[in-house]
Design a protein around this ligand. Structure first.
Ligand SMILES: NC(=O)c1ccc[n+]([C@@H]2O[C@H](COP(=O)([O-])OP(=O)(O)OC[C@H]3O[C@@H](n4cnc5c(N)ncnc54)[C@H](O)[C@@H]3O)[C@@H](O)[C@H]2O)c1
Length: 288
């Protein structure tokens, strides 16, 4: 896209973190924005904050794991502002634990939001974008979509799928000569509320409370959250990258270079058909 002014952006997971930062960046570029999010109080606050800066904004309560809810988001967008031009499929949640510790409820929740949320977003918005031959789809994946760190099994599975979907979309759009663009956003750590994802876990997918953390685990968790708050990039820096990627037609967007070496290392191991080198969890690595 060459011009964003006057155009319409839809952001799922737009009530907090990176999604909210995208919305503010799009408004600064003169766009109208629609936020779709499951967390009603945060959504109201986000919409008020955008109104305060003079935005034309609509907040829609939306559960991206539910196809009907995402189609309702598209309908509400059309009714308020007309068809969407920029669609950010960004809503996401995370669980942590070894594969033998993660329950079917964990899998169902993470796959429902992170994977089916993208599928539902494409189902609701992509045909219109292709018909109008204008627009851009941003898929929020992760460095976890290029790696296989211990304790992130379901999350990584969905982010590998997100990368594959975004890349397939890009290849299909370019090979058909479409003017619609696509970006795979692959953040490393960003200072958001993703580490408190359970706040949005539906009751029917609740899990038994984990064993109380040991003192060592509590200290490690506190140190990790402190590291995120003090050292991880802020969402607005990612929003600038996304804004520029849409205008420049950039497909791959990484938010730092910290994981590129291990991604390169993994690719080499695959090509050379070597067994994966032992790696620690992403949190342990980050605390080094
Ligand atoms: N923060 C990081 O370090 C990091 C790194 C890589 C990728 N990501 C990805 O970035 C995206 C945005 O997350 P964030 O880091 O800003 O975290 P966040 O928790 O601040 O934002 C996620 C948003 O998704 C919403 N959401 C959760 N479940 C939903 C559902 N069923 N339907 C609709 N909305 C729902 C939440 O209410 C929240 O507003 C996610 O896809 C996440 O996996 C985050």
């Amino acid at each position: 896209m060459h011009e964003l002014k006057g155009k319409v952006a839809v952001v799922t997971g737009g009530a907090s973190g990176m999604g909210l930062a995208f919305a503010h960046r799009f408004v600064a570029a003169g766009m109208k924005v629609v936020l779709g999010d499951i967390e009603t109080a945060a959504l109201d606050e986000a919409v008020n904050g955008l109104h305060d800066v003079g935005a034309e904004v609509l907040g829609v309560r939306c559960d991206v794991s539910d196809a009907t809810s995402v189609h309702d988001l598209a309908r509400a967008t059309n009714e308020s502002f007309g068809a969407a031009h920029v669609v950010c499929l960004n809503a996401g949640v995370a669980t942590a634990g070894a594969l033998n510790e993660q329950s079917l409820a964990d899998w169902e929740w993470v796959l429902g939001v992170n994977l089916m949320g993208i599928v539902h977003g494409l189902d609701a918005f992509l045909p219109g974008l292709i018909d109008r031959n204008e627009g851009h789809v941003v898929v929020t994946a992760s460095v976890a979509g290029h790696t296989a760190y211990p304790t992130l099994g379901p999350y990584s599975a969905t982010k590998h799928a997100a990368v594959a979907i975004a890349e397939t979309l890009y290849n299909e759009l370019t090979s058909s000569g479409s003017q619609v663009g696509a970006t795979a956003l692959c953040p490393g750590f960003v200072d958001t509320r993703i580490f408190d994802s359970d706040r949005n876990r539906p009751e029917h997918l609740a899990v038994r409370l984990p064993e109380p953390e040991s003192a060592e685990e509590q200290m490690m968790r506190a140190a990790f959250l402190e590291m995120i708050a003090t050292e991880a990039p802020k969402p607005h820096t990612v929003a600038d990258l996304v804004h520029d990627a849409i205008l420049n037609g950039t497909f791959w967007v990484f938010t730092d270079e910290l994981h590129l070496e291990s991604i390169g290392h993994r690719h080499t191991e695959i090509v050379e058909q070597r067994n994966p080198t032992e790696i620690r969890s992403i949190a342990e690595n980050a605390l080094d």
